[in-house]
Structures are given as structure tokens and as C-alpha cells.
Write a protein that binds this ligand. Structure first.
Ligand code: NAD
Ligand code: TDX
Length: 338
């Protein structure tokens, strides 16, 4: 086991990163995370509310800024980096790939150099999308040895970053691990993403928007389970190794939408079909048996309907959290035909 006391949590004011900081504060209270986030449109300063302010630090900064990072590492005596920071939305990457290349590739490179200079443990938070997609009728699932075949500018930028991480391990001996996770859902996810977009559409009296015929399949995992898996890998994973994180949660988009409508008391067909995503991936499915067998990790949230119901409640109660980004997000979608 690696003893980590002061991890730098980049992207810790975003969806998964902030859930990870909440997770640490309850499950590993002796750890003092330093959240480092540029506070882009995707972040929300309220995301860390409810955590004892004495138990963590927050620095507003950009992972492409090596000088600021140097200062943070010495000021806070950082001993590890867990890199959540990224541009994360496929649709945005199709409109303008530039920030994706810059943050996801150059930003990861900048952090790897920092880790190399200071001999820091480094964990890269990546995605199953680097493996491309599967046909709807393909019985197979992604494994750690599946070939890299990213489809979108977003997933290509994440794939590039993964390659850099492995090169810094092999060439310089940086103590890295990687995790590639399936689609997360839960509290604090930006309203641009599929599930929160539909929930908040319904709460706003708008009809949900389904891309194409809704047959695309995603492999869903509750965000807390992703966080427990990441912490397991950071503390007990083997250096140089990649672990897939998933919870056997395959559902078609149409199924998910119908379930949301039903849970919110709406007719199951009360949605609009809109333009599909250009080049959109058909199906993601992954085999997490390396993680479950070698590191003895298991997901806790196995009931997808219950998880969705809890997520709906969260958005119902936290209208203040999402209201201001909702209008902006929908305006942007309108201009994309989505
Ligand atoms: P998010 O968009 O909600 O959060 C990203 C955070 O990174 C934001 O707080 C943003 O301000 C910050 N950030 C962006 N650019 C930055 C920069 N240049 N410097 C510093 N901070 C910057 O994303 P998320 O859904 O929480 O995803 C987190 C990570 O997990 C990403 O690396 C993503 O690729 C990966 N991932 C996400 C999912 C998913 O389903 N959401 C699945 C697998 C992997
Ligand atoms: O309004 C919508 N209607 C719709 O049908 C939106 C926003 C999406 N969709 C479809 C497109 C996808 O098939 O839903 C599916 C999920 O879309 P997203 O929420 O945009 O997620 P996805 O593209 O699968 O990527 C997510 O999982 C992998 C995260 O955003 C990535 O950061 C992560 O790497």
C-alpha cells in the first residue's frame, strides 16, 4: 500500500473530481487533498460545499501552467497527483477541438513533467472511450488489452494523454497508474451530459432530447463507485498498470430516458428525437474483472433504477446549483441541432 497524505486533485471542482474529494473526506479522513482547478464552465465552486474546510485546500489554477504547479507542489508538500482535469464533453469537442488538445494532452504532459521532477505518484483518470465502440450485437466487452481506437476529438485527446502517461512510466520511471472508466452518473454532473440534461429538461417543463433512435448503449456506473475504485487503484494498484472500472450497467439511451420519464411521472414517449452526434459511438461495455479480482474491488450501487431516482431527487433539490448553466447549455445545443 502506498501511503498518500497530500494528493493534488486536479479537476477537483468538476463532477467526478468533487465527488472524489467528498469520498476522501468521509472514507479517508486522514488524507488532506489539495484541489487544483481552473474553474472552467464545467466546474462549480459549490461542488465542495459540505466538506470541512479545514480538511482540504483549494487552488485556482491551470494544469498547463507549470510555474504555478511548481509552487503548489512545494507550498503544500504534494506527494501524489490524481488527474481528473479535462475538457470532458464529446459534443463540445466536435464544435471546437482546440481546448481538448490543449488541456487534455498538453495539460497531462505538464503534470507528468511535474511528477517526474518531484518523484510524485501519478494517477491518470481516463475513459473507456479510448477503445472506440462495439457493435450493438457484439457480445464482447473492452478489456485492458483492447486496441486504442478513439472516435471523437475528445476521446482521441484522452487516448493521446494515456500514451504519454505510459511513456513517462517506461522512459522515466514515473510511478503511474491509469484507470479507464465507463459512463458515470450521480450528483453534481453538468447539465450538458445525457442524464442531467434530461432530468433538468423535465424539471423545466421542456421535453427531453434523444439523439437519433436512442439505440446507442452506455455502460453506467454510480459516481461513488468510480471514486472508490480510483482510490483503490491509487493506494493499492500496481505501478505501470491500467485498470478498467465498470459495474455491468449496460442500457440503451432510449431505455434510460424512458426510465427517467417514468420515475418523474411523465408518459414514456414524451421526448423529442434530435440529430445524432456525428460519428457517435454505438456501444461501450467493459470487463472490470482485473480490478475486481486483483484489487478486490466491488461496486456498491447495483440498482440502476434506485440510483437514477436518487439522482433525480438531487437535481430536484439543487435547482440553484444548475439553473444558471441550464439556459447557456440549451442555447449551445440549439445551435448544434441537438
Ligand atoms: P467535468 O467536465 O465535470 O470536470 C472537469 C474539471 O476539470 C472541471 O472542474 C474543470 O474546471 C477542470 N478543468 C478543465 N480544464 C482545466 C485546466 N486546463 N486546468 C485545470 N482544471 C481544468 O468532467 P468529469 O465528468 O468530472 O470528468 C473528470 C475526468 O474523468 C475527465 O478526465 C474525464 O475524461 C474522465 N471520465 C469521465 C467520465 C464520465 O462519465 N463523466 C467517464 C470516464 C472518464
Ligand atoms: O441530449 C442528449 N441526448 C442523447 O441522446 C445528450 C447530451 C446525449 N445523448 C446520447 C449521446 C450518447 O450516446 O447519450 C449518450 C451519452 O452522452 P454523454 O452524456 O454526452 O456521454 P458520452 O458521450 O457517452 O461520454 C461520457 O462518458 C465517457 C462522458 O461525457 C465522457 O467524459 C466520458 O469519457
Amino acid at each position: 500500500d502506498e501511503s498518500i497524505q497530500r494528493p493534488l486533485i486536479t479537476g477537483g471542482a468538476g463532477f467526478i473530481g468533487s465527488n472524489f474529494v467528498h469520498y476522501l473526506s468521509s472514507q479517508a479522513p486522514s488524507v488532506h487533498p489539495v484541489v487544483f482547478d481552473a474553474l472552467t464552465y464545467a466546474a462549480n465552486v459549490q461542488n465542495l460545499n459540505g466538506i470541512d474546510p479545514a480538511s482540504y485546500d483549494f487552488v485556482c489554477g491551470d494544469i498547463r501552467d507549470g510555474e504555478v504547479l511548481e509552487r503548489v507542489v512545494s507550498d503544500y508538500q504534494i506527494d501524489a497527483i490524481v488527474n481528473f482535469a479535462a475538457e470532458s464533453h464529446n459534443d463540445n469537442s466536435i464544435v471546437d477541438a482546440a481546448p481538448f488538445i490543449s488541456t487534455n494532452v498538453v495539460g497531462t504532459y505538464t503534470l507528468l513533467e511535474l511528477a517526474r521532477r518531484h518523484n510524485l505518484r501519478f494517477h491518470q483518470v481516463s475513459t473507456d472511450e479510448v477503445y472506440g465502440d462495439l457493435a450493438l450485437d457484439d457480445p464482447g466487452r473492452f478489456t485492458e488489452s483492447s486496441p486504442y481506437r478513439p472516435s471523437s476529438p475528445y476521446s482521441a485527446s484522452k487516448a493521446a494523454a494515456d500514451h504519454l502517461v505510459r511513456a513517462w512510466f517506461r522512459t522515466y520511471g514515473v510511478r503511474v497508474t491509469l484507470s479507464n472508466c465507463s459512463n458515470n452518473y450521480g450528483p453534481r454532473q453538468h447539465v450538458e451530459k445525457f442524464i442531467p440534461r434530461q432530468i433538468t429538461n423535465i424539471l423545466d417543463g421542456r421535453r427531453p432530447r434523444l439523439y437519433g433512435d436512442g439505440s446507442a448503449v452506455r455502460d453506467w456506473i454510480g459516481v461513488e463507485d468510480d471514486c472508490s475504485a480510483i482510490w483503490t487503484i491509487v493506494t493499492r494498484g500496481q505501478i505501470g498498470q491500467t485498470y478498467l472500472i465498470g459495474a455491468n450497467g449496460e442500457h440503451s439511451n432510449r431505455e434510460v430516458l424512458e426510465l427517467i420519464l417514468q420515475l418523474m411521472g411523465r408518459p414514456g414517449d414524451d421526448y423529442i428525437q434530435v440529430a445524432d452526434r456525428p460519428g457517435g459511438d454505438r456501444r461501450y461495455a467493459l470487463d472490470a474483472s482485473k480490478l475486481t479480482q486483483q484489487l478486490d474491488w466491488q461496486p456498491k450501487q447495483r440498482d440502476f433504477t434506485a440510483g437514477l431516482a436518487a439522482t433525480i431527487d438531487w437535481y430536484r433539490v439543487h435547482r440553484d446549483w444548475w439553473q444558471s448553466s441550464k439556459a447557456r447549455t440549451e442555447e449551445r445545443y440549439l445551435s448544434q441541432g441537438h
